[in-house]
Write a protein that binds this ligand. Sequence first.
Ligand code: CS2
Length: 458
Amino acid sequence: MNDSLPTLSRAAGDGRPAAPVRIVHLGLGNFFRAHQAWYTEHAPDADQWGIAAFCGRSTTLADQLGPQDGLYTLLVRADDGDQPQVISSVSAVHAGTDLEAWLDYWRAPELAVVTLTVTEAGYLRGADGGIDLTNPTVVADREALAAGNLADVRTAPGKLVAGMIARRDAGGGPVAVLSCDNLPDNGGVAGRVTLSLAEAVDPALLDLVHQHSFVTSMVDRITPRTTDAEIAAVTEQTGRTDAAPVVTEPFTEWVVAGDFPAGRPGWDANFVDDVEPFEQRKLWLLNGSHTLMAYAAPARGHEVVSEAITDPVVRDWVEQWWDEAARHLSVPESDIVAYRAALVSRFENRQIRHLLAQIAADGSQKVPVRLLPALRAERAAGRDGRGAARGVAAWIRHLQGHTTPITDAAAPPYVDAATTGTPEEAVTGVLRLLGADLADDAELVALVVALVEELGQG
Ligand code: CS2
């Protein structure tokens, strides 16, 4: 960093004055900063809606943004140029462990919205969709909550239950809990894990959780990790040092369904009754093809999405997957055609260095929601589902250690299965963990075995 240049500072006139906190966010990361914080920045009533953002496990962003008064540069990058803008909607930043601050915001009458980007894995779901009560961190949270130690919780659902108890004790009313993670029915998922944890602590807490509103949303904006070269580019373009700028694409979308009992900013989002058609379109077409490329394209020598999509072989794989997925979407055909075309140009944006290795993380959470619904629908319709099956086969190769390193806390059983026995046994073992229906489908097993072999040949 260039020490002779000033850093971002509200006192020096950068950005807007900090707005009063009425939103708390859990999961301070690049995606939140490119998406919800950007929508809040551009709301007409932005001066009334400040966000207090809490980190997940790492405290790095709180350490970097604290000295910058929560300000940061959003660098919107397109092939035809960069547009830096200072985002001022984050009024306060905190480490994820700062539970006293978390509880204080919940106690404040003006709190209205709690937003979440805690990743697919952060909901800690068990097999029945409720919270995984066998997870040791969940067990510890349950004990802390039962003992009344609200500041000792560590999980996202634990923090929600603790916040709701603190708010009740302070006489506060209902708020909206708005999930912004890439999961089908993310608000429903957040509600179920919160309710099941509350019930495990004390069934009398169920009524308390039910008073709040769990809002579902589809979120979209491709936001890679920031590189050192991009940090330098921001300094050069703005004349300010910024320890943590965010790089994103011009495209953005937010579709939201649910109630906001205490109000919300005038976000320029699409408010609908049912998010599902939008969510499936995005999760299957965008995220599904991301997942397919993340596991299949490294073997062809690619490191980032913009390279992978211009390889005709990879592009064919993606198109084949899109043809399959598109048959089971409930949005109009013309919409799908336009969406696919837009995706190709978004993926081809060479200014966005989106690492396949970054997308490859947490495959055990992503493959089931991104690829399997359309795979199952194709099999039920009597087709082979080859496009989706290739994604599964590529993931199996990843689990076998052939592509990028595995970053997935829930991977061990899948790795065991993928590396045990003959090729047929390995594929059957992984498919069994994904669902008995898939493992019992002999044709599918044979197809995935053949695709694993084919991918191995590059
Ligand atoms: C990606 C998403 O890392 C991943 O799994 O597929 O982060 C994707 O870039 C976003 O959902 C785009 O909105």
